[in-house]
Ligand binder design. Structure first.
Ligand code: ZN
Length: 326
């Protein structure tokens, strides 16, 4: 009998749902734009509708459970969404309990960064290792940590908000309200902001012709066409990421770093700069830690959510002592 899990990746832009088999393969998927202003009832009904469409294609007895990856902060110990900035109405909302009411299967809930780390660890670039850090570099910067062969969740399950390491009190303003955070310099949003500002004061660039906005992909395209400013901006971005990643290496001593998120679409261009920074500035003994691209691409969180359901099932079957920490 083939077992299937449902993975849900609830994001600020899209709600994605998939049937995933035990090998981590996507059997079927559905997605739609998140009604971010619709409130919790509306979002829950989006999740329910997408799941029902998928469930119509399989035997209910083959489904082990449903895993949900959601943006935080969420207290995943109590299952309560404290406040989700990208989704209106999710303030002190009992998300896991409300999800569980809508499904006859066990529901697991995890932060998006941790869910993606579990996905890459179980089915992706980090299969078989005991220590990895997943980092998503996109609108913001987030992540998840696997340490000593287990998922690091921390108090309230909120560990690894790695975008908010702050060491510069007068630095750039971060969406979290603090200044000088890693995210405020290294995210895709920060990269675009820097590109717009620098293009405006540079006369010798193809970036930002009058009336044209600049997105990350434009900078990479211009760089490939030989634009010097675009190449400088990318090298600086790689250095910023390298600096943040080097701190993470020093703190957690991972076997590897796995980079996902929108900017990982340009991993080949960014990787030499990131790896070069690590080689130069990590302390001896840490210099050989490699940065890899997320093997599951933009599906790390979606497949990771399904992996959660499989892990919860194995804990039920085998007992917590064997697999509790996974
Ligand atoms: Zn911050």
């Amino acid at each position: 009998m083939q077992q299937i899990a449902i993975g849900i990746d609830l994001g600020g832009t899209q709600v994605r749902a998939a049937l995933v088999d035990e090998r981590g393969s996507l059997v079927a998927r559905r997605e739609e734009l998140t009604d971010a202003n619709g409130g919790p009832d509306r979002i829950l009904s989006q999740i329910r509708t997408l799941s029902d469409e998928l469930l119509a294609t399989v035997k209910p007895s083959d489904v082990v459970g449903i895993g949900v990856s959601a943006p935080g902060p969420i207290d995943t110990v109590s299952g309560i969404a404290t406040s989700i900035p990208t989704l209106s109405g999710f303030v002190d909302f009992p998300l896991r309990a409300e999800l569980q009411k809508r499904f006859p299967f066990p529901v697991s809930l995890e932060h998006d960064g941790i869910a993606a780390a579990i996905g890459e660890w179980t089915f992706g670039a980090g299969k078989g290792v005991d220590n990895l850090i997943y980092i998503t570099v996109s609108t913001g910067i987030g992540g998840g940590v696997i340490a000593d062969g287990r998922v690091l969740r921390g108090r309230k399950g909120m560990a690894a908000h790695i975008g908010h390491m702050s060491v510069a009190p007068d630095g750039e303003l971060c969406p979290c309200g603090n200044r000088g955070c890693f995210e405020a310099y290294g995210s895709g949003t920060a990269f675009m902001r820097r590109a717009r500002a620098r293009a405006a004061e540079c006369s010798d660039t193809t970036l930002g012709r009058p009336g044209e906005d600049i997105h990350s992909r434009d900078v990479f395209a211009a760089a490939r066409a030989g634009d010097a400013l675009a190449n400088r901006l990318i090298d600086e971005e790689a250095e910023i990421l390298g600096r943040g990643f080097t701190s993470l290496i020093h703190i957690f001593s991972p076997d590897m770093l796995v980079m996902g998120g929108g900017l990982s679409n340009e991993f080949e261009r960014l990787q030499p700069g990131i790896q070069g920074y690590i080689t130069q500035w990590a302390m001896p003994g840490f210099k050989d830690v490699k940065v890899l691209r997320a093997a599951l691409g933009q599906n790390s969180g979606l497949i990771g959510a399904a992996a959660l359901a499989f892990l919860a099932e194995s804990i039920r079957l085998e007992g917590p002592s064997l697999v509790a920490n996974r």
